[in-house]
Every structure is written in C-alpha cells, then in structure tokens.
Design a protein around this ligand. Sequence first.
Ligand code: NAD
Ligand code: ZN
Length: 244
Amino acid sequence: MTQEDLKNLPKIVEKFKKSNYPVALTGAGISAESGIPTFRGESGLWKNFRPEELATPEAFRVHPEIVREWYNWRREIISKAKPNPGHYALAELERYNPNFTIITQNVDGLHLRAGSKKVIELHGNIFREKCSRCNRIYNEPVYETLAYCDCGGLLRPDVVWFGEPVTSINEAINVALQCDFMFVIGTSGIVQPAASLPFYAKNNGAFIVEINLEPTPISDIAHVSLYGKSGEILPKIVNNLIKT
Ligand code: NAD
Ligand code: ZN
C-alpha cells in the first residue's frame, strides 16, 4: 500500500458509511494468507496438474480417482487453515452494517468461520459431497478415493466446476444490481460469470473498491484500487471506520 493509497482510506470509509447496501465479492486471494493456494501461479499446481485440468466434469468422467484425490488434498489444507485478518475484518463490516453481504467464489467456508452471516457461496462448499447421478447432497466429506451414493452413483465435491452452471448466479446478480458499494477482493476477474458482477454493480452506480496484489480487468472500472494483501488492507479500513 502506497502513501497515496493511505490517503484514499478516509474517502473509502466515508463512502462505506453512506452506503445502504454494501457488498464484497471475494476470490481465492482473500484466503491466500490463510495458506490456501490460489488457482493462478505456481502454488496452484498439484502433481503438475493445473487446476483448470482437474476442476472439470470431463476430468471427473475420465479420472474420478485423480480428481477426488486432489480435492481430498485441498480439503486437508483447508481444514487445517484458519480465517485471517481479512476474513475477520469483513465480519466486522457486517456488524457495522447488517445489510453487508459477501458473494464469494471460495469453497473453503472461511467467511462463515470468521463470523460473517450473509454469505452467498457461488461455487459451493468443498466439504459437501454431491451424487453425480441423483444430485443428493451429503453434508459430511468422504475421504475415500472413490465413494458412492446409496443409489450407486459416484460422489463428487459439491462445488461448481469450469463449464458448469452457477445456480446461485441470479441471486448474486440481484445483489450486485441493488448494492451501492462493492469491494472486489483477491479475485483475478477472469472466471465467469462471477467476473461480471462488478460490472453490473458499476453500471448501477455503485462505488467500486478493488483490493488485489496486482492490477486485474476490474481495475479498469474500479473507483479506487488498493494493491497489497487483503489481510493487511482490510483491517486498516475497519480501524479507520471505527475511529471516525
Ligand atoms: P484466482 O486464483 O484466479 O486469483 C486469485 C487472485 O487473488 C489473483 O488476482 C491474485 O493477485 C490475488 N491475490 C493473491 N493473494 C492475495 C492477497 N494476499 N491479497 C489480495 N489479493 C491476493 O482466484 P479467483 O478469482 O477466486 O478464481 C478462481 C476459482 O478458484 C474460483 O472459482 C474459486 O472457486 C476457486 N478457488 C477457491 C479457493 C478457495 O476456496 N480458497 C482457492 C483456490 C481457487
Ligand atoms: Zn445418488
């Protein structure tokens, strides 16, 4: 965060205070400081597979054991991880304004564990299983390499894979169309349809604040972009909010 960015904090806080319906769209970056690898970059690789090669219905059809093994590895990392100061700062913002809503692309459940209540999990939750035949949901994860539903269908994690429809997208679009303030945090802004949500919000007049390590396609439409770690920037925003 630069000196210039620090000067922007009071303006962001002022806008947040005046907002009736503030929202945050979060991506893998907000959980990076909890030790959960993002999809982009070196840390996303597993046994030399890229996540885009594993998080697909095709991959599961051809190699269900490899896909489930990858998810079980990720589940182990996530179950050991704890929410970081970025997650806690967002939970604090909901206490300040109970309308504050999080739309997350993350499947790790860390916003809920940090105490946020209004959370739309766009891409599902990695700890649930879903039957690939009858769609029955199981709330407990099964760590076996291959696991089956009572109907005989193979179980898969209850997450949205590349190329699959996002069932909660209409709810998220409604939120984006109604909000008057949107944080866009730790998302590369290239995974659709989530990446369109800031554009809906902007077209509807919302004030857009981006927090990321580096510029993204969202930077073009953001009113303010703060470059740095969300676990460091968000607590500064909350401190400023509480003090003023
Ligand atoms: P992404 O991996 O494509 O991008 C992560 C973004 O976060 C990058 O732009 C990066 O610059 C930024 N970033 C990294 N560390 C940061 C930090 N400390 N502070 C602020 N920004 C930081 O993630 P995406 O945009 O969420 O999209 C990828 C898909 O991956 C989503 O569908 C999501 O479901 C899935 N995913 C989820 C998790 C999780 O649940 N924790 C982890 C990996 C991937
Ligand atoms: Zn079934």
